[in-house]
Design a protein around this ligand. Structure first.
Ligand code: CO8
Length: 260
């Protein structure tokens, strides 16, 4: 499949998606979101892939937001459809059985910050900037930002970013737990791949089960979460990989998971 606005590469069990509109700082227009939707749907069905890295092409931006030139003349219905499309794509990332790593190589503003937030792990380059500047355009975040940012950094920090429209640098984002790690920009893909490779060595059904269990915590009270966890935990024992993992430990060797 050829994409106009994405570059998709594969390295063993890792897929690497780069948003490829560097002249517009990788702004997300409708076509890019539709391509991302297709790519993620395909990857989700691909048994060979365990982790997906998302980054931005070029030196300056991860994604500088939704495409303002495309949004400017939208009417209310078009704006809602656009918002729903973005939410659909980002929900697919969040609910995917694959583990998504955002390699934030530069500006992650508006829809770009929201894309990073939908990923499971976020690595930032030293010079990266995060923010929800929609307020300066007379709108609010529309690709899940009001929801995910609040869950990740808490209500008052989220509201400060959303209401002031201020950008923050990678160091501040790390303090707010918006990013896991900060690395030099030239090392960001290597770092993301290291994490992706480490995860890809584990069992596919077990990593997706772990993601499902952690995601559940964000939406449900602890009592329900404990029951859900016990159910998912016990399903691990129906896999060959659980047997292999425990046998390998007892035999003092590395587990050779078959993803079954
Ligand atoms: N949309 C469209 N084009 C963009 C965007 C964008 N978000 N960001 C940058 N560009 C374009 C510029 O227009 C410029 O194009 P050209 O060269 O043709 O003039 C090119 O990229 C380079 O940008 P700059 O010259 O501005 O580069 P600077 O280094 O001076 O500045 C910034 C970089 C600070 C990142 C600046 O470009 C900027 O502020 N960009 C906009 C950031 C922003 O406001 N993002 C939020 C957008 S709104 C959003 O994401 C809402 C998501 C939910 C939508 C819900 C649907 C209804």
């Amino acid at each position: 499949m050829n994409y106009n606005n994405l570059i998709l590469n594969f390295e063993n069990e890792i897929a690497i998606i780069k948003i490829n509109r560097p002249k517009a700082l990788n702004a997300l227009n409708k076509e890019t979101l539709e391509e991302l939707d297709l790519a993620i749907t395909d990857l989700d069905k691909n048994d060979k892939i365990k982790t997906v890295i998302i980054s931005g092409e070029g030196k300056k931006a991860f994604v500088a937001g939704a495409d303002i030139s495309e949004m400017k003349s939208m009417n209310v219905k078009e704006a809602k459809d656009f918002s729903l499309l973005g939410n659909q794509v980002f929900n697919k990332i969040e609910n995917s059985t694959k583990i998504f790593i955002a390699a934030v190589n530069g500006y992650a503003l508006g829809g770009g910050c929201e894309l990073a937030l939908a990923c499971d792990i976020r690595i930032a380059a030293k010079g990266a900037k995060f923010g929800q500047p929609e307020i300066n355009l007379g709108i609010i975040p529309g690709f899940g930002g009001t929801q995910r940012l609040t869950k990740v950094i808490g209500k008052s920090q989220a509201l400060e970013l959303i209401l002031t429209g201020d950008n923050i640098d990678a160091e501040e984002a790390k303090i707010l737990k918006l990013v896991n790690q900060i690395v030099e920009v030239e090392d960001i893909m290597e770092k993301a791949k290291l994490i992706a490779e480490k995860i890809a060595k584990k069992s596919a059904p077990i990593i997706s089960t772990a993601k499902e269990a952690v995601n559940f915590a964000l939406e449900h009270p602890s009592a329900e979460g404990s029951k859900f966890e016990a159910n998912l935990f016990s399903t691990c024992f129906s896999t060959k990989d659980q047997k292999e993992g425990m046998q390998a430990f007892l035999n003092n060797r590395k587990a050779d998971f078959k993803n079954e």
